[in-house]
Design a protein around this ligand. Structure first.
Ligand code: NAP
Ligand code: HSE
Length: 421
């Protein structure tokens, strides 16, 4: 029998306990051994819970218990779980975690500490979708040209409801929290940070890049309004929080931001809490992975897949980066300002002579080539000016917008959303 201790028995931890019980027949048959959760730790022992395992509020009751083989970290956060995972590994226990924030900061250190000890984190990216196993195993013969996807269930749930039902942002976020999709601090979801954490993990597997969230371009969905969702629809696009790793020569662009995507693209049809990840390999071409990106059972499904792996083989190397250095080609992180994209720009302006010419001049002076332009009258006598651009450099668009926003006929905050063709 293999004994498991869970640090943090909340949404995901409760599902792990339940699924190990509900599906014990198939799980033990696949693993070759019975897997039993013998202990869990929580913060508040007085909370009512639907589980019948022994609970403690002392982390050491799991970490120092010699009978426990595998520690599953599901408490969330960065500093405390770092200490927990480190101690578990130092005590010789295999570890499974779903904690992408922890890995965004400490993945290489923890991989080093783990050494030959199993350390699994399939659940840390895209909920129940086995994207880490796909990248690490199924696609390992390929150079990865691009990874792009919807990797935050909460944001996708909110954007889908805003687009399809005209739902209110704050109310929909509350619903996502009640359904167990959101992070303990939901600004990690809506601010784009959670998706960025996941991206950093995938970038380590695909390219061996060792970057931190601060190093990459992160924008959230807080400023997406129904006005832009409706304009996007009118032009045949949907707005999604898209997370992208793109190889350009030996550099890799890493970014997550709201993005206009043509409504006919497969990724545009990934709605609600579902996640979708497209990976382009030089030999396979594009492959696409789709499934529930958040929620207790979906995430627990991935957590348990790691536990089963460990029980079967005794190890599960995280394999961030490469077993030995790449010959010649080394990947490095592209600078944020050099990232290139198409852009959608909306500005509300006073409707008077010379306005369009001034805006067009500033765009041109900053090497921004306009692809389409539209003027829509507003009820207050002003107008919405809408532009889409040809591919341009991030630094150029930022420079143009910083100058345009100072013009005295600009009436409101300028909206800029990147476009992925
Ligand atoms: P959650 O519902 O908030 O559960 C967290 C659990 O950890 C709770 O049981 C909490 O105790 C316990 N805990 C927190 N701090 C603790 C401490 N200092 N000592 C002991 N126990 C502590 O969170 P969750 O949604 O299950 O998420 C858990 C982890 O999985 C996070 O890293 C999250 O990012 C990741 N994840 C979540 C999902 C999802 O859909 N929810 C998907 C993928 C990954 P109390 O119950 O007493 O408060
Ligand atoms: N809060 C995360 C999300 C959980 O909404 O995608 C899954 O990682």
């Amino acid at each position: 029998m293999v004994k498991v201790g869970i640090i943090g028995v909340g949404t995901v931890g409760t599902s792990v306990v339940q699924i190990l019980k509900d599906n014990s027949d198939i799980i033990s048959a696949r693993a070759g051994k019975e897997i039993v959760v013998t202990k869990g730790t929580v913060r508040n022992l007085n909370k009512k819970r639907d589980i019948d395992i022994s609970l403690s509020d002392n982390l050491n009751d799991v970490l120092e218990d010699e009978s426990i083989d595998i520690v599953v970290e599901l408490m969330g956060g960065v500093d405390e779980p770092y200490k927990v995972v480190k101690k578990a590994l130092e005590n010789g226990k295999s570890v499974v975690t779903a904690n992408k924030a922890l890995l965004a900061y400490h993945r290489y250190e923890l991989q080093n500490i783990a050494g030959e000890i199993a350390f699994g984190f399939e659940a840390s990216v895209a909920g129940g979708i086995p994207i880490i196993k796909a990248l690490r195993e199924g696609l390992s013969a390929n150079h990865i040209e691009k990874i792009s996807g919807i990797m935050n269930g909460t944001c996708n749930f909110i954007l889908t409801k805003m687009s399809e039902e005209g739902a209110d942002f704050a109310e929909t976020l509350k619903e996502a929290q009640e359904l167990g999709y959101a992070e303990a601090d939901p600004t990690f979801d809506v601010g784009g940070f959670d998706a960025a954490h996941k991206l950093l993990i995938l970038a380590s597997i695909a390219y061996g890049i060792d970057a931190k969230p601060e190093d990459i371009l992160i924008e959230g969905i807080e400023n997406i309004s129904s006005v832009d969702i409706d304009f996007a629809k009118e032009f045949g696009y949907v707005i999604k929080l898209l997370t992208i790793a793109k190889k350009v020569g030996n550099e890799v662009e890493l970014r997550t931001h709201p993005t206009l995507i043509n409504k006919n693209e497969m990724i545009a049809k990934v709605d609600g809490v579902m996640n979708g990840v497209s990976v382009i390999g030089d030999k396979l071409g594009e492959s696409m992975y789709y499934g529930a990106g958040a929620g207790g059972d979906a995430t627990a499904s991935a957590v348990i897949s790691d536990i089963i792996d460990i029980v079967r083989s005794g190890k599960s190397s995280p394999m961030l980066g490469f077993k030995r250095p790449l010959e010649g080609e080394q990947f490095s992180l592209a600078k944020k300002e050099n990232i290139t994209s198409g852009y959608y720009i909306r500005m509300s302006v006073e409707d008077k002579a010379g306005v369009l010419a001034k805006v067009a001049t500033l765009l041109g002076e900053n090497s921004i080539s306009v692809k389409t332009m539209l003027q829509k009258p507003l009820n207050d006598g002003g107008a919405n000016l809408l532009f889409s651009t040809h591919t341009a450099k991030e630094a150029d668009i930022q420079s143009a917008l910083s100058k345009i926003k100072e013009l005295n006929f600009i009436k409101d905050k300028i909206v800029m959303i990147r476009v992925e063709e």
